[in-house]
Each structure stands twice: as structure tokens, then as C-alpha cells.
Design a protein around this ligand. Structure first.
Ligand SMILES: C[S@@+](CC[C@H](N)C(=O)[O-])C[C@H]1O[C@@H](n2cnc3c(N)ncnc32)[C@H](O)[C@@H]1O
Length: 226
């Protein structure tokens, strides 16, 4: 696999937007998210759909995405999508597309491959989350992967810090919505199993105080999507 591009090089693609430049630098330097997703997607050549993509950092952080492998990122924040488009263009990522989509009510058409949902499930109601995961399961290729990172409702101090930080991000205007609910570990695993997906779930908080977990899921052999 190609070496991961340096955080500073990735962040430069977001200039002249100073806030997104510093956000990208600090996020890449401090959060184990993208390393975890790189590992979870290793060897996977399927087109990737990134749900709640924000400014599209993932497309820059996983070597091959957007150059050898098609990447589509969707988010309901039009400003972030605009920033994602111009940064990808500046970075020379030609096989990317970004669209404004409200995942509470819509789902991008015609995807078949792998899917990532990173730090966005908490913005959906339980019913919208179930509807989204059902659509996701149906578009996973037989050898596709679903990679989720999510805070989980554990009732511990990490859960409280995670919820508090999400409310703060909304209060400061970094996020366009407050969190609604966090899934439980058992609930999420059961929901994926009911959709015909096998999964494993492990902590991915690194040195951060958040209750972030990485979920890898794939179609159970012999199980056709609904
Ligand atoms: C914490 S950010 C994560 C961004 C990106 N996945 C990452 O990890 O770098 C959560 C993202 O989910 C998006 N989001 C929240 N509710 C959404 C919805 N209903 N439809 C689409 N995107 C949504 C927000 O706009 C935001 O960009």
C-alpha cells in the first residue's frame, strides 16, 4: 500500500479556508479515525460511498481513494460539500464526487460497493438510523465492507464526554445539528445481524477522551440483500 500522505500536505488542499485547514491538520494528527479506516478497508477495491463525509477528509487520507478507487461523499451541509469539492480538485483527486444529501430522508442512488459512516449516526433518530442501515446493507457488494465509527451509549464517562462535545460543536456552529441518540453496542450489532451482516466492534478512541468505536461489517456468506 502507498504510504499515507502527511497531514500538512492534506491540510494544504483546504486553503484558503483557514478553519478547514487547521481542522484537517489537527484532526489527522490527533484522531486515530483515518488510520483505523485505512486498516479496515485494506485490500478493498470497491467503490466507496462515504455517508456524512463532512469536508471529505477520508478521500485524502486513504491512499488510492479518488485516484484508483471511485469515491462518493455525501453530507447535508452544503458549505462542507463545497469545501470538499474544491480541496479534492486542488489535490488532484479525479475519481471523487460530492453531493448534498440529507440522510435522514434520502439515500444516494445506484451505489454498489463499500460504505463508510464516520461519526454521523448520532445525528439520526433511531428510526432514521434503521432506515439508513437497511439501505446500506442492500448496496454492499458481496466483498464490500461497511465501516462505521460511532460513539456508543455506554453510560460511562466517555459517553458523557462524547455527548457533551457533540452538543458543544453544535453550539459553536461547527456542526449543523445537535446529537439525537447514540446506539448501544449490543443494539448496533443486533441491528446489523438482522440485516444479514456479520460484524466486529472495537474501541477506536486513541488518546482522545471520547467513547468512539470502530465497527467493521460485511455480508454474511450466502445472505442476499433485501
Ligand atoms: C462529526 S462530522 C464527521 C465528518 C466525517 N465523516 C469525518 O469523520 O471526518 C458529522 C457529519 O455528519 C453530517 N450530518 C449530520 N446529519 C446529517 C444528515 N442528516 N445527512 C447528511 N449528513 C449529516 C454533518 O454535516 C457532518 O459533516
Amino acid at each position: 500500500m502507498n504510504p499515507s500522505p502527511a497531514a500538512a500536505d492534506i491540510a494544504r488542499a483546504f486553503l484558503p479556508h483557514r478553519y478547514h485547514y487547521w481542522y484537517a491538520r489537527s484532526k489527522l494528527a490527533s484522531d486515530p479515525l483515518y488510520g483505523g479506516v485505512r486498516q479496515a478497508l485494506a485490500g478493498c477495491r470497491n467503490p466507496l460511498l462515504d455517508l456524512g463525509c463532512g469536508i471529505g477528509l477520508l478521500a485524502h487520507a486513504v491512499p488510492g481513494l479518488g485516484s484508483d478507487i471511485d469515491y462518493v461523499g455525501v453530507d447535508n451541509d452544503a458549505d462542507k460539500i463545497a469545501s470538499a469539492r474544491s480541496a479534492a480538485q486542488r489535490a488532484g483527486l479525479l475519481r471523487v464526487r460530492f453531493e448534498v444529501v440529507d440522510l435522514a430522508t434520502q439515500f444516494p442512488a445506484d451505489h454498489r460497493g463499500s460504505v463508510t459512516i464516520l461519526d454521523m449516526l448520532q445525528f439520526l433518530t433511531p428510526a432514521a438510523r434503521t432506515a439508513l442501515l437497511t439501505r446500506v446493507a442492500a448496496c454492499l457488494a458481496p466483498d464490500g465492507r461497511l465501516v462505521i465509527r460511532s460513539g456508543l451509549a455506554d453510560g460511562n464517562w466517555r459517553s458523557r464526554v462524547t455527548r457533551g462535545a457533540d452538543h458543544l460543536a453544535c453550539g459553536l456552529g461547527w456542526m449543523n445539528a445537535a446529537p439525537r441518540t447514540y446506539p448501544t453496542r449490543a443494539g448496533l450489532a443486533a441491528e446489523l445481524a438482522a440485516l444479514g451482516l456479520d460484524s466486529d466492534i472495537r474501541p477506536l478512541w486513541g488518546r482522545t477522551p471520547f467513547n468512539n468505536w470502530l465497527v467493521r461489517a460485511w455480508r454474511r456468506p450466502g445472505h442476499a440483500p433485501a
